[in-house]
Design a protein around this ligand. Structure first.
Ligand code: DC
Length: 225
């Protein structure tokens, strides 16, 4: 029997990168729930629905298909939007729609259905606290704002994107942390039964190894049980 693994934490903590690597190692499927909020935002923008019109966004969502493939691609009503949802504009818009209670209810229901069969690593902000409350393993991944800013800076440099200085990026990250942890609906918080993993001083390989040490006993226990 497979288990479900919930990974939560603030933005830019490396959740998706690590979840992807871990999924590959374990033969599990990674589901990036942030991509679903991003798809909602992208379609609302395309259809000219205001980002404070909760009823409008919800009505739109009822007629929207979002598919996350096991290979990590994202399809919105059949169109591959894997890159289109990653712009700064859509990050901001996704943050706005993710505050809406009804939008969260719709997407959470979809996420719960997707993970019904086990064998999933789901990453987001509310996975351990709301979406998969009964996940066998819950990990809350953190890193200092400075470490996250440095990683983002290096990523942007590698992609040839325009560079802000590291302190400016750190300030934006602190602002987003504040918004994520203070919003009314499903604020970001560590589930009581989640293991906290601070990755500030760790390389990607070290984080994956630390995750494996947390996950393997749970998988072995499931096989025996
Ligand atoms: O992880 P991300 O940056 O792709 O997430 C995009 C936005 O969606 C971000 O503002 C946080 C929000 N989000 C959320 O509220 N709940 C989730 N489970 C995943 C993402």
């Amino acid at each position: 029997m497979k288990i479900n693994i919930a990974i939560d934490g603030p933005s830019a903590a490396g959740k998706s990168t690590i979840a992807k690597l871990l999924a590959k190692k374990l033969g599990y499927v990674h589901l990036d729930t942030g991509a679903m909020y991003r798809c909602t935002a992208l379609k609302a923008k395309k259809e000219g629905i205001a980002l404070d019109d909760e009823a409008g966004v919800c009505a739109m969502l009822e007629k929207t298909d979002i598919t996350l493939t096991p290979e990590g691609e994202v399809f919105l009503d059949g169109e591959n939007v894997s890159d289109a949802i990653r712009t700064d504009e859509i990050s901001l818009a996704a943050s706005a729609v993710s505050k809406m209670k009804k939008v969260r209810e719709d997407l959470v229901a979809r996420q719960q259905k997707m993970a019904e069969d086990k064998g999933f690593i789901m990453d987001g902000r509310d996975i351990g606290t709301v979406v998969l409350k009964d996940a066998e393993v819950k990990i809350f991944m953190t890193a200092s704002a400075e470490a996250r800013a440095m990683r983002r800076y290096l990523q942007n440099k590698e992609k040839g994107l325009p560079l802000s200085n590291v302190e400016t990026i750190a300030e934006e990250i602190r602002q987003r942390d504040y918004e994520d942890t203070h919003r009314a609906n499903s604020p970001l918080r560590k589930a009581d039964d989640a293991v906290e993993l601070d990755t500030s001083e760790l390389t990607i390989d070290e984080v994956v190894a630390a995750m494996m040490r947390i996950v393997e006993p749970a998988i072995a226990g499931e096989k025996q049980g």
